[in-house]
Structures are given as structure tokens and as C-alpha cells.
Design a protein around this ligand. Structure first.
Ligand code: MTE
Ligand code: MO
Length: 467
């Protein structure tokens, strides 16, 4: 057996572009991953962040890499080893960027530990109209920053001729306090049903990447007005930056159109309270954006900066993610610039009780769930079927009355229905209708997309009937 080639860290560093070829290290091993860059599931740009250096800091952040099949794949690209004096500095090996993440509630169903992504189980989801903070679903892309409320500052960039603001929490409290009930839903909610149809890339959310809270804070329009911003004729966007960032210092970011941000009726908040409490750390302490009726990705947490720009945020999460595509588009043909970023979400509903595979009593069955629509559109009806969609019952809607065009929160619903005599199983289905008479598609196939977003087909639960 030949002894491996030995390279210095200096040499590895000089291989950081396609022209010089792309090398990375893991432990003491050196890999030439040039051919793999375009195949990287997270996109070529993510892998390029590590070009010429160690993978450890990135793998620590995206712990999904620490699996045997990833190591096997990497092994194919091995070209040698690091010279002994050049092994990874121990600080890089041991430092865990997630070490400071908060403690979480054990009821949460965890989809990913690092970064932390978790949802409440269906049976808890509709237990309360307002989701208790500890089980509110959590979607983090990065470690949770630990911010000091005393030194926290929000930077609001002013327009030319206006004034930039540097706001402490106390400054924010001086704006009129506005409180509203808003349902927040991730674009990936119910992605696992898309996966069942055909593979997609993304976290395997069940039906719980949605939750509802009372949010209180300053209205974004008041803060923007204080800085001297006005509505303008030309296209403009309000860009948000979080104080969470990846190893290169790139922050989470997103944007919404200026017209929505400036509209007092759109009620966009810089929220500092969630259900009467300071925001929990997982949900953006001390300040986050709440954009009623709009996809979760725009509700930027740990808010550090607000600016008005002629174009949408250049953030990865605005431009290279959270977009919908035709079912025929795959990772070779996808053109992210060709589709608009998701803002308002389509009409949605799901069954939380009974659960798939459960056995229900004969006689009468109680079915529960949630329904919601984006853009402030109210849910006007939920139809429930016990026979896979042949015949329908209309469910009873619970929860807060909804204001026209400002129905920001979900309706919970339930139905008590007789189980037809002699039935051994039920195919329970629900679908909601919003006040624009938008309906949900009956199956996943026509709305399947490579990223598994906007999954809102009729929700189906199959149960057995006790003899
Ligand atoms: N804001 C920052 N700064 N970092 C993030 O990772 N995730 C976004 C959004 N805001 C995110 C963020 C996404 S994709 C969603 S769905 C919501 O936060 C989730 O909010 P929650 O964790 O409070 O439920
Ligand atoms: Mo999300």
C-alpha cells in the first residue's frame, strides 16, 4: 500500500476555485471535491464557503452532514492527508455553535436538532386556539443568537434626506403598542406528504409547521415613517436582516414589498411580545418581524436591520429558496430567478384528530383540525368527508371572529358525525374554502415541486372502526 500524499494547509488553501480545483479537509484528510460542487444538495455556493479549508465549522452548523453516507461519498474524493503539524486547530474541532441554544419543550417533534426545527404533535396543535409559547413550532436556519436586551439596537436605515434610527428596546416601546392574533406558517408545512408522492429536498414537516400567537409591538409603518420613509411610485422593498449568521458572517435575511410595510391596515409588526411575554429566544428575542398573512420566512427573527431598497433582499432565502415551481421542473432545470418569492400563502387545512392509523369507536366520530388562508382571506367553510370525498359534511368553525381582509389567524374546526353502520374503516378528508372561494387541490401530484413547498392538498387520514 502506497503512503498517502501529504499536503500543507497552505497548499490546501490555494485550491479554492474551479480554476485551481477545489480542495477541502476533514480531520487530517484532504479531498478534491471539484467534481462534487455542482452535485452538492445544499447548492454549489454552500460548499464553496468551505473551499480551501476545513469542513468542520460548516458540518458543526449543518449537522445533517454527520452521517455515514455523507462520509462515504466524501471518501471517493480523497487525495491525501494533511502534514501532521497542520491538523485542524482544536478550537475549530470542539467549538459547537449550537452549544448556547435554549432548552426546548419535550413535547415538540424534532425534525432537526442543529439547526433546531420542531413542531407540536397534531393532538396538541388544536388543543388551544392560541398556541402556548413552549410548543409553538420552531424553524431556525442557524444557531440562536444570545442577545442582551440592554445593548440591543435595531438599525433602521433612513431615506436620502431622512434620518437613520438606532433604536433600543425602550425606544421601540415608545411607539404605539399594537397587538394582533396572527397565524404563522412555514412554506414547508406538510412537506412530508409531497415526499410520499416523490422525493423533495427539505425538512420533513408533518402538519404542525403552523402555530398561532398574540403578537404585540410597534407597527413597522410607524417606525419607517419616523425615519422619513414614504410610499413611492417606483418598486421598492423593505429588507430585514437577522442577527443570526453563518460562519462567513452572512445573516438570515428576507424582504416584503414596501407597499405592504407602509400600509397601516396590513399591520406589519416589529414584535417584542408573544402571548403577553417577551419573545422566547427561539422565536426572535428581543424583536422579530410579524407579517400577517405572509409566509413564515419573511417574519425575520432577532431583527438587527431594516432598510428600504429598490430590489428584493439578496438573501439566499429570498432569491434561492421559498419559491414554487411546476412539477416538471427538477434540480437540473430549475431557474430560481424565473419565479416570484412566496409572500401570501394559499388556503390550507388539516385534520389533527383522529390520527392516521388510529381506531375510532363505532357510533359517532369527532374530527378536529385547523384551517387558514394567506393574505388576510377568511376561512368561510371547511368540508369534511368520511368516505374519501364522495359525500361531505360541513364542519363547525371555532375561534376568533375574522375581520374582512384582515383574517390573519386560523379557525379551528370540528365535526361530530355518525359512523355509517357496518363500516370497518373511514377515509377522512378535509378541505377549506376562503372568502375568495379559493379551494385546496384534491391531490399532491399537480402541485408537487422540487422543494416541497406550498403543500396544501386535501388532508387525508385513514382510520379503523372498532367492531
Ligand atoms: N429569522 C431568522 N433571523 N432566522 C431564521 O432562520 N426562519 C424563518 C423565519 N424567520 C428564520 C427567521 C422561517 S423559514 C420561518 S418559517 C419562521 O421564522 C419560523 O418562526 P418560528 O420559529 O418563530 O416559528
Ligand atoms: Mo419557513
Amino acid at each position: 500500500q502506497e503512503s498517502p500524499h501529504v499536503y500543507t494547509r497552505e497548499e490546501v488553501r490555494s485550491h479554492s476555485s474551479p480554476e485551481t480545483r477545489i480542495w477541502v479537509t476533514l480531520g487530517c484528510e484532504v479531498f478534491d471535491v471539484t467534481e462534487f460542487v455542482d452535485l452538492h444538495p445544499g447548492g454549489p455556493s454552500k460548499l464553496m464557503l468551505a473551499a480551501g479549508g476545513p469542513l468542520e465549522p460548516f458540518w458543526a452548523l449543518y449537522a445533517v452532514h454527520n452521517q455515514p453516507h455523507v462520509r462515504e461519498m466524501l471518501a471517493q474524493y480523497k487525495i491525501g492527508e494533511l502534514s501532521p503539524e497542520d491538523k485542524v486547530p482544536s478550537t475549530l474541532k470542539t467549538s459547537d455553535p449550537y452549544i448556547d441554544d435554549p432548552v426546548r419543550h419535550p413535547a415538540l417533534k424534532v425534525n432537526s436538532q442543529r439547526p433546531f426545527n420542531a413542531e407540536p404533535p397534531p393532538e396538541l396543535l388544536t388543543e388551544n386556539y392560541i398556541t402556548p409559547n413552549p410548543i409553538f413550532f420552531t424553524r431556525n436556519h442557524l444557531p440562536v443568537p444570545n442577545l442582551d436586551p440592554e445593548t440591543y439596537r435595531l438599525h433602521v436605515v433612513g431615506p436620502p434626506g431622512g434620518q437613520s434610527l438606532c433604536l433600543s428596546l425602550d425606544d421601540l416601546y415608545k411607539f404605539p403598542k399594537h397587538e394582533i392574533t396572527v397565524t404563522l406558517q412555514c412554506a414547508g408545512n406538510r412537506r412530508s406528504e409531497m415526499t410520499q408522492f416523490k422525493e423533495v429536498r427539505g425538512l420533513e414537516w408533518n402538519i404542525g409547521a403552523i402555530s398561532t400567537a398574540r403578537w404585540a409591538g410597534a407597527r413597522l409603518c410607524d417606525v419607517l415613517a419616523k425615519a422619513g420613509h414614504q410610499l413611492c411610485e417606483t418598486e421598492a422593498h423593505v429588507c430585514f436582516e437577522g442577527l443570526d449568521s453563518d460562519p462567513t458572517g452572512t445573516a438570515y435575511g428576507a424582504s416584503i414589498p414596501l407597499a405592504r410595510a407602509m400600509d397601516p391596515e396590513a399591520e406589519v409588526l416589529l414584535a417584542y411580545e408573544m402571548n403577553g411575554q417577551p419573545l422566547p429566544r427561539d422565536h426572535g428575542f428581543p424583536v422579530r418581524v410579524v407579517v400577517p398573512g405572509v409566509v413564515g420566512a419573511r417574519h425575520v427573527k432577532w431583527l438587527g436591520k431594516v432598510s428600504v431598497e429598490p430590489e428584493e433582499s439578496y438573501s439566499h432565502w429570498q432569491r434561492r429558496d421559498y419559491k414554487g415551481f411546476s412539477p416538471s421542473v427538477d434540480w437540473d432545470t430549475v431557474d430560481f430567478d424565473s419565479a416570484p418569492s412566496i409572500q401570501e400563502l394559499p388556503v390550507q387545512s388539516a385534520i389533527t384528530e383522529p390520527k392516521d392509523g388510529e381506531t375510532v369507536q363505532s357510533g359517532e366520530v369527532t374530527i378536529k383540525g385547523y384551517a387558514w388562508s394567506g393574505g388576510g382571506r377568511a376561512v368561510v367553510r371547511v368540508d369534511v368527508s368520511l368516505d374519501g370525498g364522495l359525500t361531505w359534511h360541513v364542519a363547525e368553525l371555532d375561534g376568533e371572529e375574522q375581520r374582512p381582509r384582515k383574517a390573519w389567524a386560523w379557525r379551528l374546526w370540528q365535526l361530530q358525525a355518525p359512523v355509517p353502520a357496518g363500516r370497518k374503516e373511514l377515509n377522512i378528508v378535509c378541505k377549506a374554502v376562503d372568502d375568495s372561494y379559493n379551494v385546496q387541490p384534491d391531490t399532491v401530484a399537480p402541485i408537487w415541486n422540487l422543494r416541497g413547498v406550498l403543500s396544501n392538498a386535501w388532508h387525508r387520514v385513514h382510520v379503523h372502526v372498532a367492531p
